[in-house]
Design a protein around this ligand. Structure first.
Ligand SMILES: Cc1cc2nc3c(=O)[nH]c(=O)nc-3n(C[C@H](O)[C@H](O)[C@H](O)COP(=O)(O)O)c2cc1C
Length: 429
């Protein structure tokens, strides 16, 4: 509401309303939640310190917003010499906090209050700031936010960035260890070109979502995902494979990570890039997948076998190349060995999830297929889906557990992954 002084006010009137100006919508609202709702309703304070990687903070703040977060930036003086505060204002839609004032901004956002922020993310974190945080020194806005957060129990994430020589300094490594002992999660840097570079945006966003997720039954548990497709050789050049993209495997790995699991992916041929923060063990054909499966640890809580594994393979692949120009070529195929029973024997107590892909079936028919798969007694849960109905935006499926009725799901892969892990958690009791 704006008021102005009237030139000729009636007796007794000093002010009158002129016009109501709606609060300007900042351009950050155009992108908020456009990638996912993972950080929806969450407020993240982004503490920017004086590493050259501060130049990436515009991108980082926008990625956090794209995943739904409200971002408030606070910057050290050294950071403002690398990145202008206006850039962070633009990126977040809020003026960055450059010094603490009588408004006690550190208490406002990190104190014992209901409306405080949900997370402090220090990214990039210099060796200097890490050292101060580890020793409860707070002489910059970022370190004062950190000291307050560690005192009140606001989750703190630190993403270091520095030259490799500093990262190898025993004192810096001791400070990192000290931070971990204080309950700080470290987003490990990428060690490249003699530098400890700031982790990529995707990894930092995933760590934020993991830090903010409620504690659930998969927290700290081992989850193995088998994704992608097998490649069975025909000769030295050609192979038999399938259209599995690895897209659902990726969504499952992301979801398990956010739920706090210790995730490993056994990964065949795939088109969709997999999360950089998940360990991937490659396989090519069924034999190599079997060899990898034999290392699945006994204490694995859940195995999700979403890979498209060959049912048939060439009996004897040619050593050289089958020559072209033949009038007719017949390939002799044999059934490939089954992988699921091997996975079951490696981790007998794991919740084993199988996937069945069909083409052109109704929901009832899919449920029937899933039910008969469960009947074999190897899997605890089966997800049946119909390729004809899968689109980039929508991945309908039927989820059925050993005990229970089939559930029909419709929605994006990320939501299907969440529904599958809800079913896994329910099956584990
Ligand atoms: C261009 C430039 C780049 C820098 N990059 C880094 C860096 O990546 N990591 C780091 O630990 N220090 C880096 N420094 C040194 C820090 O800015 C310096 O230690 C400063 O005192 C950190 O203050 P702060 O932790 O309060 O932000 C850099 C300095 C300059 C001038």
């Amino acid at each position: 509401m704006m008021w102005f002084r009237d030139n000729h006010p009636p007796e007794g009137t000093i002010y009158k309303p002129l016009l109501t100006v709606p609060k300007a919508v900042h351009p950050v609202e155009d992108i908020r939640g456009s990638t996912s709702k993972r950080l929806d309703g969450r407020t993240i304070v982004l503490g920017v310190t004086g590493s050259i990687a501060a130049v990436e903070c515009v991108h980082l703040a926008r990625e956090l917003a794209r995943n739904g977060a409200r971002v408030i930036a606070t910057m050290t003086e050294a950071a403002t010499r690398i990145l202008h505060p206006d850039a962070m204002w633009f990126a977040t839609g809020e003026p960055p906090i450059l010094r603490l004032t009588g408004d006690v901004e550190h208490v406002r956002w990190m104190g014992d209050r209901k409306d405080r922020a949900d997370l402090l993310l220090v990214a990039p974190a210099t060796a200097n700031t890490i050292g101060k945080m580890a020793n409860a020194i707070d002489d910059t806005p970022v370190t004062t936010f950190a000291a307050t957060a560690l005192g009140t129990g606001v989750p703190v994430l630190v993403a270091p960035a520095m030259h490799g020589s500093m990262w190898r300094h025993e004192g810096v490594l001791r400070n990192i260890q000290r931070l971990e002992e204080l309950g700080v999660d470290i987003v490990r840097p990428r060690e490249e070109e003699k530098k400890a570079k700031l982790a990529d945006m995707e990894t930092i966003v995933a760590h934020c979502a993991r830090a903010l997720a409620p504690d659930g039954p998969l927290l700290g548990k081992r989850v193995v995902i088998i994704a992608g497709s097998t490649e069975e050789p025909v000769d030295r050049v050609r192979l038999i494979s399938n259209r599995s993209s690895g897209g659902l495997g990726r969504a499952l790995a992301e979801e398990a990570f956010i739920r706090g699991a210790d995730v490993t992916t056994l990964l065949g041929r795939h088109e969709v890039p997999q999360p950089p923060y998940i360990e991937g063990i490659p396989f090519t054909n069924v034999d190599s997948l079997i060899r990898a499966s034999e290392h699945v640890p006994k204490d694995t809580a859940s195995i999700l076998c979403v890979a498209a594994i060959a049912d048939y393979r060439t009996k004897a692949p040619m050593r050289g190349k089958i020559s072209s120009g033949m009038e007719k070529l017949e390939l002799s195929l044999e059934p490939a060995p089954k992988v699921l029973p091997i996975l079951r024997s490696m981790a007998p107590d794991a919740t084993l999830v199988g996937f069945k892909l069909e083409v052109g079936l109704s929901d009832d028919q899919l449920a029937e297929v899933a039910r008969s798969r469960l009947g074999s007694g190897v899997e605890d849960l089966v997800v049946a889906n119909d390729l004809a109905r899968v689109t980039p935006e929508d991945h309908p499926a039927i989820i059925i557990a050993m005990k229970g009725e089939p559930t029909a799901f419709a929605g994006p892969k990320s939501d299907l992954a969440a529904a599958i892990f809800d079913a896994v958690e329910a099956a584990r009791g």
